[in-house]
Each structure stands twice: as structure tokens, then as C-alpha cells.
Design a binder for this molecule. Structure first.
Ligand code: 4AD
Ligand code: MG
Length: 429
């Protein structure tokens, strides 16, 4: 039976067999150091000429980068290695000698690496990122399941828009027009009235013409929606949720965070409650810092970064002007020119990771918004029904998975946070 590098500690001083690829090789005359990877982790294997049959020595010499083989060896403790173990190789069974591998030790440009994303995924850095992404998803589902949320899957092909019409991804649905989902929210509102607390987790699409380090065309969103939950409780759930996710990664992915050189102490500080400032206060803060911004303007990335710099935890910006936000947000009853919403801005310049709000529950007001936003009442009839048959206060939010991964991993671009990124100029591979 094959063992894995991840579980190698259980086999100290025992002979084990692994299925591996050669990640890198170094030799010094009578010793070869093979950097091996098996998908679970990386380990150094050592072949000593005088201690193995000639065939094994020759086979190890013939291995090229990314060649695949079975390796047998004795697990030794080794304090010098990051893993803490190395493998004293006793046998090699070659599966394939790989052709010249395109990704070499030398520096490659981003475009080259992105063209070879299917191979680039094999590096320790990309392994660490994808494993952290997986842990984030696991922790998200753990939190929501424990809090009594039911997973509900909204459709991907939709007849209408949820988040405005500027970045809709158009397609044909036989003879009709259709759009790839920008957000499952509207459907989750219907589901919340059926099941109470629900969440969706799936891909969403926005034909963003902007080429920034925070925008993907296809990204994954987690969208919880809760009946009988109002603005303040919505924020409390979000801060507990984000804290749980961060602390799970800190606990379970220490090796990966260290591989990425992440400053873990910054993540350890991310504990609820999070600070809150209103949009009005944020505008004032920016004006005091000399930014050219007026009440009614939306925040750009530099504004978000400037606001985040005042805090060591994520910060909620609440009560945005009604005109800036989506049609479904509930106005503040004390001040209808702002809505009961919040964007959660990550620290260290990672920008908005959550957008959320309390939703309009009054059918009359919703119909008025359809008019103001030029939305066809016919197309949104089902959505209005949610307000006609037992309307209740309800709230929800959407967490952008890739921005969360970028923040936790400390990456300067979202393109590395998803296995196969879809960017403005990239559909390959
Ligand atoms: O703020 P947004 O647009 O909110 C919604 O879609 C709501 N319907 C969510 C809800 O209340 N159920 O998007 C939510 C989050 C953003 O905060 C951001 O993290 C991420 O989704 N996001 C993107 N991530 C990567 N690339 C893009 N183009 C993104 N657009 C939004
Ligand atoms: Mg938003």
C-alpha cells in the first residue's frame, strides 16, 4: 500500500512506498537529492550510490523534472528540512520519464505562467494556495451548518439581473435571452421564506471590463440569506463567520501559510467584533486625509485601502447612499437617503470581501424601485410574490471567495486564488 508524504510522520524508521513526481534534483557526485512531491506535500529523497543497486542509481540519474515513479525508502527524521523528515531511497520504479518541462527554475513572466496554469498548479506555492482555498470552503460550510443554515443551489442561467445590467454576461437560452448569474441572492430570498436560514455556494459571472487585481470574470460566492434577521444581527453573523474562517485556516493550514511567507500574527488579530463606520464617517475620514471625494461618490480601491489602514481588523462601512446601491436594499427608516447595508473591507489593502444588506420587505416600495431602476415588473413578478405572501424582515450577504483567499494568503492578485482564472483577456487553459 502506498503511503502519503502528509502522513509520513507515522512511519519513522520504517520502509514505505510512495507514488511521486520529481519536483527538482541536485547531485553531488555519489549522492543524489531528489525533491519529491506526491500531491499531498513535498519531501527530499536521498539516493546514495554505495548503498543501492547500480540499477537504482542509474534510474535516479535518468529522472527528469516531473518524471513519475514509485519510490521505496526508509523514513528518517531530519531537523534541517521544513517537513522534519526525509526519505533514504532503496528502490525506484519509473512510470514515465517526462519530456522537457516548460516551467524551470528560472524566473518566468506572469503570462507564461498563466498559459501553463495546468502545470503551474504543481508548485509548493500554488499547492499551498489551493489547499487554503479548500480549508476556507470547509470552514465556511462548517460554520453555516452549525448555525442551522441549509444549502440551497440557485440557478446559473437566469432571465434577469440581480446586481445591475452593466456587467451582465449574455447568452442565448434557445430563442430567449439569458444571463449567467451575477448573484444567487434573489433566489435565496425565496428560499429563506421556505427554509428560514439558507446559503448558496457557487460560481457567479460578471463581464467586468475592468482589469484590476481584485476582479475575476468568474468567481465563487457564498450567499447566506436569513428570514427575521435585521441589519444589526446581519453584521454580527458576518463578523463571527469571518473570524471562524480565518481562525480555522490559522489552526489547520500553518504549514501552507508558512510556505507562502504569510504574516500569521496579522491573521490571528482577526477576531469579532469588527469596527463599524458609516458611509458618512468614511467620506469625512477620506476628506481629512486629502482625498478628492464627495458625499454620493462610490469608493474606489485606493479609498477602501485608505479606510482599511485605520484598523487592524476588517471594517464594516454601513449606510451607503440609496442611489449607489442595488434596488433591493431597505432604506434606513430614520433616513431614507441611505440603506441598511454594509460592505466588509479586509485589512492590508485587500478591499471589499463582503457586500450585504437588509432587503426591502414592503411590496409597494419594491414596485416603486422596479420603476426607478427600469426593471420589468413582469420579469420580477415572482420576486415581488415573496413580499406578498407573508413578507418578513430579512437580510443576507455575499462573501467573495477569491478575495478572501487573496487576503488570507497575502497574494497581490486574485488570479492565483482560483484553479483556472477567467480574466478579461484570458479563457485559456
Ligand atoms: O457586493 P456584491 O456585488 O454583492 C452581491 O452580489 C450581493 N447580491 C450579495 C448578497 O447580498 N447576497 O458581491 C459580493 C462580493 C464582493 O464583496 C466581492 O468580495 C465579490 O463578491 N466580488 C468579486 N470577486 C471577484 N471578482 C469580481 N468581479 C467580484 N465582484 C464581486
Ligand atoms: Mg459590493
Amino acid at each position: 500500500m502506498l503511503v502519503t508524504i502528509r502522513n509520513i510522520a507515522q512511519y519513522v524508521n520504517q520502509e514505505v512506498k510512495l507514488g511521486v513526481w520529481l519536483y527538482n534534483k541536485r547531485s553531488s557526485g555519489k549522492i543524489q537529492f531528489l525533491q519529491l512531491r506526491d500531491g499531498t506535500s513535498f519531501i527530499q529523497g536521498v539516493v546514495v550510490k554505495n548503498e543501492v543497486p547500480e540499477q537504482v542509481w542509474n534510474d535516479s540519474k535518468s529522472l527528469t523534472q516531473e518524471s513519475s515513479f514509485y519510490v521505496t525508502g526508509i523514513v528518517r527524521e531530519d531537523q534541517r528540512s521544513k517537513l522534519g523528515y526525509e526519505l533514504a531511497i532503496t528502490n525506484i520504479e519509473i512510470i514515465q520519464i517526462a519530456e522537457d518541462y516548460p516551467i524551470t527554475k528560472k524566473e518566468h513572466g506572469t503570462d507564461f505562467l498563466m498559459d501553463h496554469r495546468h502545470l503551474w498548479m504543481r508548485t509548493p506555492r500554488q499547492n499551498a494556495i489551493l489547499r487554503i482555498r479548500s480549508e476556507i470552503i470547509r470552514a465556511i460550510q462548517e460554520f453555516l451548518n452549525e448555525k442551522g443554515f441549509t444549502l440551497v443551489d440557485p440557478p446559473i442561467l437566469t432571465p434577469t439581473s440581480a446586481e445591475g445590467t452593466t456587467n451582465l454576461f449574455h447568452t442565448k437560452y434557445f430563442d430567449e435571452d439569458a444571463y449567467l448569474s451575477q448573484s444567487g441572492q434573489l433566489y435565496m430570498e425565496a428560499a429563506a421564506m421556505a427554509l428560514g436560514r439558507v446559503y448558496s455556494f457557487g460560481p457567479t459571472f460578471r463581464a467586468e471590463k475592468s482589469k484590476t487585481r481584485r476582479h475575476l470574470i468568474e468567481f465563487w460566492m457564498i450567499e447566506p440569506e436569513m428570514a427575521f434577521v435585521e441589519h444589526e444581527e446581519n453584521l454580527q453573523i458576518q463578523e463571527e463567520f469571518v473570524s471562524h474562517v480565518i481562525q480555522s485556516v490559522v489552526t489547520n493550514c500553518r504549514y501552507e501559510l508558512e510556505t507562502l511567507g504569510r504574516d500569521i500574527s496579522k491573521l490571528e488579530k482577526v477576531q469579532a467584533p469588527f469596527p463599524r463606520i458609516t458611509y458618512d464617517e468614511a467620506i469625512k475620514l477620506l476628506q481629512e486625509q486629502g482625498h478628492e471625494i464627495q458625499w454620493g461618490d462610490d469608493f474606489g480601491a485606493p479609498h477602501e485601502t485608505a479606510i482599511a489602514e485605520s484598523f487592524d481588523r476588517p471594517v464594516f462601512i454601513t449606510h451607503y447612499p440609496t442611489e449607489l446601491k442595488a434596488f433591493y436594499m431597505k432604506p434606513d427608516p430614520n433616513r431614507p437617503d441611505v440603506v441598511l447595508c454594509a460592505d466588509l473591507i479586509a485589512p492590508e489593502g485587500y478591499g471589499e470581501i463582503i457586500g450585504g444588506s437588509q432587503r426591502i420587505d414592503d411590496p409597494k416600495l419594491l414596485e416603486q424601485r422596479f420603476k426607478e431602476h427600469h426593471l420589468s415588473p413582469e420579469a420580477y413578478k415572482w420576486y415581488l410574490d415573496i413580499r406578498k405572501y407573508g413578507s418578513v424582515p430579512h437580510s443576507g450577504f455575499g462573501l467573495g471567495l477569491e478575495r478572501t483567499v487573496a487576503w488570507i494568503c497575502g497574494l497581490d492578485h486574485v488570479r492565483e486564488t482560483i484553479p483556472f482564472p477567467r480574466l478579461l483577456n484570458r479563457l485559456y487553459p
